[in-house]
Every structure is written in C-alpha cells, then in structure tokens.
Design a protein around this ligand. Structure first.
Ligand SMILES: NC(=O)c1ccc[n+]([C@@H]2O[C@H](COP(=O)([O-])OP(=O)(O)OC[C@H]3O[C@@H](n4cnc5c(N)ncnc54)[C@H](OP(=O)(O)O)[C@@H]3O)[C@@H](O)[C@H]2O)c1
Length: 324
C-alpha cells in the first residue's frame, strides 16, 4: 500500500484530535481526480459539522473516521480516475471538496472532477487555496440566488469577513452599487475592496443610511437579519448564509428571503477564476502554516479572528505555483 503524509482525526472532537501521521494514499474512483495537494485551507466551525465526520449532513450517515479535514484545495492533477475527461496529469487545479468526504490536509486527495476548475494563473497555490469556499458562497449568493446585476444596490453585512470580502469585490465587479457594514477598524480595508460606502455596525445604524436596496447579503444573522427587511425595496431579495429568513417578514415586505449552503460548483469557480485573472478579485490570506502545524491552525480559529484565510502549505515549492 502506498502511503502519504496526512493530518487525520480518529475520534470525533476538536483540534486536539488531529494527528500528523502516515495514511493510505487515496485511489481515484470513476469520475474522480487524484490531486497532489500544494495548499489547503481551514474553515471555522468545520470540525463541529456532522458532514465532517459522517457521510451525511445531518449525522444520520455512516461514521467516516479516521477523517482528513480542510476542504479547500489547490494542487496539481497526479492521476485521472476511470472516465475522467477535460483535465490532464500536471494541470493546476483548485476546488471545494464535498464536505462528506476526506479533505486536503494531506499529500494527496481524491476529488470528483466536477468540483475542480483550472487554477487561476495569477495566484500561487497558497493564495488559490484561500478562494474556493468563501468566493463560491459569495458568488452563489449574489449571482445564483439574488441575480444581482449592474446598477443595482446591494447591502453586504460583514464586508470584512471571509465571505463578505469576496462578496464586496464580486458585487463591485458586477457593476453594482455596494454598501457594506464592518467594524470601524476595517473601514479602509472594505473601501479598498470596492465598497462605495462602509457603515460601522457598532457605531451607526445601517437603517439610517440605506433605503430601497435591491439585495441584502446577510453573513451575520440574528438581529442584523431581522432589521434588514426595512432597507430592502419591495420585491427585493434577502439572501442569508447564516439562518433561514422568517417567511412572514419576507411576505410582509413583498420580498423574498433565501437561505442556502454553498455547494461544489465548477462553473462558479470558472467565473471566479476569470475575475481573479482579470485582477478584479483577490483573496485575503491571513497566514500560511506547514502541514505539520494544521492542528495549530484550527486552534487559532477558536481563539482569534483572522482577517482572511489560514492556509496550509503542503509542498515546499509554492513559489512556482503561479505557473502550475
Ligand atoms: N451557508 C453557507 O454556505 C456558508 C458558507 C460560508 C460561511 N457561512 C457562515 O457565514 C458566516 C460568516 O462566515 P465568514 O467566513 O465570512 O466569517 P468571518 O470571516 O468570521 O467574518 C464575519 C464578519 O462578520 C462581521 N460582523 C460581526 N458582527 C457584525 C454585525 N453585527 N454587523 C455586521 N458585521 C458583523 C465581522 O466584522 P469585523 O471583522 O469588521 O468586526 C467579521 O468580519 C459564519 O456564520 C459562517 O459559518 C455559511
């Protein structure tokens, strides 16, 4: 059996369960690609999800331990499973790996080909690994669920966050007028991403500044979501990635309220790649740690609030990533 380096958890729990060890190298099944991982990234909350530990989202499926975490990958195609077309060995690829399978904190990961796209040529692998989950969430919210178009006004809550920072850039690239909420310390950062106006959520009430928005993107939930109906135009759309909007509130406003969970999506990634290679979308990387320090990366998410992603570097040669 061929082995590889991996970070795995043999028992359900938090970062304390993660061990750096040898593990069997996966073999790509039909429709899958074996990716030689150059970089992966970690997501807050991931170790608490049922999908991380079982093969279902509600925990009703089979136990998958030992599991490999980290579902965002950037790497190079090492082997094609039966029936795979459209990619070749040596191609640089990236993607969001379905949460109900092993992730990319390892030398290799087997990924369904539909979840992968060709890697942006402008970015290194470490920068690329910061893209898939947050950028796809922002893309699927603004384009897939809200059909945001040029000239429309969008209010983005949490514009400095992982999803919000991509959402501000994507909305601006689509030609929308962008208002974002953020803490005062992040005002310049969010303006620099392309927001026309930034509202300090702690010191101001966004309702005093926004009226008749076509779309609200809620990355915060709770009271922020409840107060957002009043700034939406009739027949506008409130998309939440945190909690389902109250249907009575939506009906009272003549608006639609949508909640969804991000999905692997090659077409979405291809659109995101085009924006990145045009220079209109840039990921934010907080720091890069080696594979052996993956556990520390998950611990950091529990105690800090990083600006951007914590990325796991798996190969030493990321400098050549921009051409892979
Ligand atoms: N449904 C899905 O598919 C999906 C996908 C990804 C994430 N999520 C969820 O979406 C949420 C956001 O994720 P993320 O990765 O973007 O989180 P994050 O990076 O932690 O960012 C959250 C942001 O919220 C801001 N914030 C906090 N309180 C606020 C308030 N009252 N008003 C406005 N902004 C406020 C913070 O701003 P400051 O830093 O400026 O204080 C922070 O930047 C999380 O709950 C996550 O689990 C869901």
């Amino acid at each position: 059996m061929t082995t590889m380096r991996a970070v795995r958890a043999h028992k359900r729990g938090g970062p304390e369960q993660l061990v750096y060890e040898d593990a069997p190298r996966p073999v790509p099944a039909a429709g899958e690609v074996l990716v030689s991982v150059h970089a992966a990234s970690v997501t807050n909350g991931e170790l608490a999800w049922d999908a991380t530990w079982t093969d279902s989202f509600d925990g009703s499926g089979s136990d998958r331990t030992p599991i490999v975490p980290s579902h965002e990958v950037s790497g190079v195609v090492a082997e094609l499973g039966p029936g795979v077309t459209g990619l070749s060995v040596g191609d640089g690829v990236y993607g969001l790996i379905p949460f109900t399978r092993d992730g990319a904190a390892a030398d290799f990961v087997a990924v369904p080909v539909d979840a992968l796209a060709v890697k942006p040529s402008r970015l290194t692998h470490c920068e690329t690994a910061a893209v898939p989950l947050a950028a796809l969430t922002a893309w699927q919210a603004l384009v897939g669920r809200a059909s945001l178009t040029s000239g429309q006004h969008v209010l983005i809550h949490g514009g400095a966050g992982g999803v919000g920072s991509f959402a501000v850039q994507i909305a601006a690239a689509l030609g929308a007028r962008v208002t974002a909420t953020a803490s005062a310390r992040n005002r310049e950062f969010v303006s620099g991403l392309g927001a026309d106006r930034v509202i300090d959520y702690a010191g101001e009430r966004f309702e005093d500044h926004v009226d008749g928005a076509d779309v609200v993107l809620d990355t915060v939930g709770g009271d922020t979501q409840a107060r957002s109906w009043s700034v939406l135009r009739r027949a506008g759309t409130l998309v939440s990635i945190v909690q389902p909007p109250n249907p009575d509130d939506a009906a009272a406003r003549g608006a639609q309220g949508v909640f969804f969970v991000v999905e692997p999506d090659r077409a979405g990634l291809e659109a995101i790649t085009a924006l990145i290679d045009d220079g209109r979308l840039t990921p934010v990387v907080d720091r890069v740690v080696p594979l052996s320090r993956t556990r520390a990366a998950y611990e950091a998410l529990q105690s800090e609030h990083p600006r951007g992603k914590i990325v796991i570097q798996v190969t030493e040669d990321d400098a050549d990533g921009a051409t892979a």
